[in-house]
Design a protein around this ligand. Structure first.
Ligand SMILES: [Zn+2]
Length: 402
């Protein structure tokens, strides 16, 4: 990671999101160097601390925990939490009852849930939680070889990005200091793709980063027109990365893309490591449960329930993301035990996913798949089958290189 950027440039030029960044990165690095047993212990301590905080400072959770006869000290990371799920409807209706009384207003930041939702929801984060999430995102970037200060071209293709590009401060921070270049904004068509191609070949970015469908459109265009530069890494986020698009990106850029999983409400919490065998949920930042909801040709489909370990301003406990995944039975060759998701299938409420990873509008779970007849308890991960023996020193070496 570029120490100049993480220790000086970012904390000084944008303290709102980067104050204390070196210490936060050190904390994550220390966590990643621990043994599996120690990491699980730390995760459990962090889970209990968050739940204790929620119980004592958030009226919504105090009532919920009492109704369930649950006390935070009973929480274990090897068991599902015996609590109801938190829904988006709860976020709307409970509103301020979900906000912690421990923070004055100036320590909280308000945000909106994803623009893809029909009814975006307001929620809060405490400022330290925001900064922790920024640090974690940088750590996940590091898995892909993307370090602060590396030249990167961002491909969003959203009209709303136009406003950001004309913001002088954003240009200075992201463009000059971070060497991150947003492409010309606009609806993705031939004209825009050509502008992107011209800029891409001129700037030759080390990292290509963007929405899955936009990256795929760009890759398809480059394949037709020719390509002379290949980035070190292609990072896909914000959308389902279908198998078809994954193959296209790998074929055009000559390297497997890195898929990320993140949401505006809980932040970036899972990413592929260099082995590309699935997405790891990082246990420093979240405690994840997988709730089985349907069968698919690829095996059971689970919805993702997230307990966010970083946001104390408005705790998200067993938050029903509505996102559906399949789990992989094998552990990753990198040696990490972190919960491993085989495929991110998409959002349940958008009815737009099928089990092979393709996106199909208006396909419901009841159509290609059979709903589970028998209720099944949520799981924390499938019991991993070791693909091949990895010696402890090798594991440690790999973990340290992350
Ligand atoms: Zn891995």
């Amino acid at each position: 990671m570029g120490i100049l950027h993480t220790h000086f440039i970012l904390p000084l030029t944008e303290p709102e999101r980067h104050a204390g960044l070196p210490g936060r990165l050190r904390q994550i690095k220390k966590f990643e160097r621990m043994s599996e047993r120690q990491q699980r212990k730390v995760q459990q301590d962090r889970l209990r601390k968050l739940l204790e905080h929620a119980y004592t400072t958030v009226p919504f959770y105090r009532r919920q925990f009492d109704s369930a006869g649950f006390h935070p000290r009973e929480a274990r990371v090897d068991h599902p939490l015996p609590l109801p799920v938190l829904t988006r409807e709860d976020l709307r209706t409970a509103a301020t009852w979900l906000v912690s009384s421990a923070f004055p207003a100036e320590k909280l930041r308000v945000a909106l849930s994803g623009a893809t939702h029909r009814m975006p929801t307001r929620f809060h984060r405490d400022i330290e939680g925001v900064r922790d999430k920024v640090a974690l995102k940088m750590k996940l970037d590091e898995w892909a070889g993307f370090r602060a200060g590396d030249s990167a071209m961002m491909l969003w293709g959203a009209i709303s990005d136009a406003a950001r590009e004309f913001n002088w401060r954003w240009r200075v921070d992201e463009g000059v200091f971070m060497r991150q270049t947003p492409p010309p904004p606009g609806i993705v068509g031939i004209e825009v793709l050509e502008k992107w191609r011209w800029r891409y070949e001129k700037q030759r970015p080390k990292i290509l980063y963007g929405r899955a469908t936009v990256l795929a459109a760009f890759a398809g265009y480059l394949r037709e027109r020719g390509i002379t530069h290949r980035p070190n890494a292609v990072i896909s986020t914000a959308e389902v990365l279908s198998l078809q698009h994954r193959r296209l990106l790998a074929s055009v850029f000559k390297s497997a893309p890195f898929n990320y999983y993140g949401r505006r409400d809980v932040g970036m919490i899972a990413a592929e490591c260099s082995e590309h065998e699935g997405l790891h949920f990082h246990p420093w930042s979240s405690f994840v449960e997988f709730d089985p909801i349907a069968q698919s040709p690829d095996g059971p489909v689970y919805r993702v329930l997230v307990t966010d370990l970083l946001n104390y301003g408005q705790p998200f406990i067993r938050f029903d993301t509505g996102d559906c995944v399949t789990l992989t039975e094998q552990s990753c060759s990198c040696g990490r035990w972190f919960p491993l998701v085989g495929k991110i299938l998409g959002r349940l409420d958008q009815n737009s996913i099928v089990a092979n990873g393709a996106v199909v509008p208006n396909v419901t779970f009841n159509d290609p798949w059979n709903s589970m007849k028998t209720p099944v308890q949520p799981v924390l991960a499938l019991p991993a089958r070791r693909k091949r023996a990895v010696s402890r020193p090798a594991q440690k070496k790999r973990a340290m290189s992350a």
